[in-house]
Ligand binder design. Sequence first.
Ligand code: JHZ
Ligand code: SAH
Length: 405
Amino acid sequence: MSKCLICENEYLPFVDFGDMPIANAFAIKEEMDDEYTFPMKVGFCDGCNMVQLAEQPDREKMFHENYAFFSSTSNYMVEHFKNFAHSVSDLQSLDSESLVVEIGCNDGIMLQNFLKDKIPCLGVEPSKNVANAAAGKGIEVINQFFDQPLAKKITISHKKADAILSANVMCHIPYMHSIYDGVKTLLKHDGIFVFEDPYLGEIIEKTSFDQIYDEHVFLFSALSVGYLANMHDLELVNVEPQITHGGSMRYTIAHKGAKTVSQDVINLIDKEKSLGLNSANAYSGFADNVNKIRDDLIMLLKKLKSEGKKVVAYGATSKSTTVTNYFGITPDLVECIYDTTPIKQNKLSPGAHIPVLPYEQFRESNPDYVLLFAWNHSAEIMKKEQDFMTNGRHWITYIPKVEVS
Ligand code: JHZ
Ligand code: SAH
């Protein structure tokens, strides 16, 4: 039995991936002798409807001065965060007297837009290298983990915030109560806390199991986010589905009673209940669905190998660490992974030890098949590569099922 991080109820995990490495621990061979692993299991708590990792590595093992994920590697995401920032500015009528705080600002992909519009903003970012990238753009960054004590300090060093924003960060933090207490402390009476994360409903529907890795301690729904907000005298007042990262949800939280709860919140909660996301039954077939994808993909890769085809991968994603390690994909099945991120290049992938090579070498490698690990960016990537992926070259995708195109 595991204990729920939100309501302390006991629950049983519904899927067990075995021992997994740190998803972003790309390293050279000499550093991989003693690779750290942790037992990765996910469960559903029927006390508060939260889906969560039963165990998570210490935060310093994941977020540090060599963090490998830089947000601005996708042009589509740059555009997405520009629209996100502008929508919050319009909604809250932000101006030079306002304050926007972003939790987990990474390389400044979101805050650069407020800076440009002369709206005061502050990033909180524990991973030093990406925090430096944001600071290099002129953004004020506190290089620390956000929590309630830091929120209190910000109200003194700066002031209360008109908007607290966060994208693909909330689901990474196990100590949610300190975060929500911090939001309660830092947010102005009529302020909004807006965050987005991969959405549980999409993950179950598409079997996008690779959204599960060390960093993603929670898979949120409106049900679980609403419950958590309520525990802290806050309220879920809006939800907006996003197509990013394979299907995300943007949640807006306000002080209880300060804003009207939108019909979209009520509708989504009703939908989640009708899908049974508030009951263990909804999760019982998930492990079998993952194993079906595993069996189909491994069979395909072995067949291609026996035919002498050249198979490479595209995008050394965090998600691919779950895929390669759980499925047992090693360099004899997939030669290498091409990626545009300098800090990942000329290193080995965590656990599976597949070489990560600079994207610039992708085309000259002349592959027959390209396994798309960055499937969440497929529209952007397939467009970029459409002139190259001709003459018998094929993409392989595996969410929601294995397909060759
Ligand atoms: P991408 C990370 O997940 C980690 P990852 C984190 N836990 C999370 O939640 C999300 O981000 C937000 C490369 N690439 O975005 C860049 C190309 O090579 O799917 C990246 O290494 N060429 C915080 O790692 C990777 O692919 C391209 O054209 O699963 C994409 O990683 C593009 C578009 C990307 O996130
Ligand atoms: N918002 C960006 C970055 C996501 S990467 C985007 O959507 O692309 C997740 C980021 O959260 C990392 O940069 C990591 O350092 C940061 N992070 C992890 N725990 C945090 C915490 N407790 N407080 C603030 N940031 C945190």
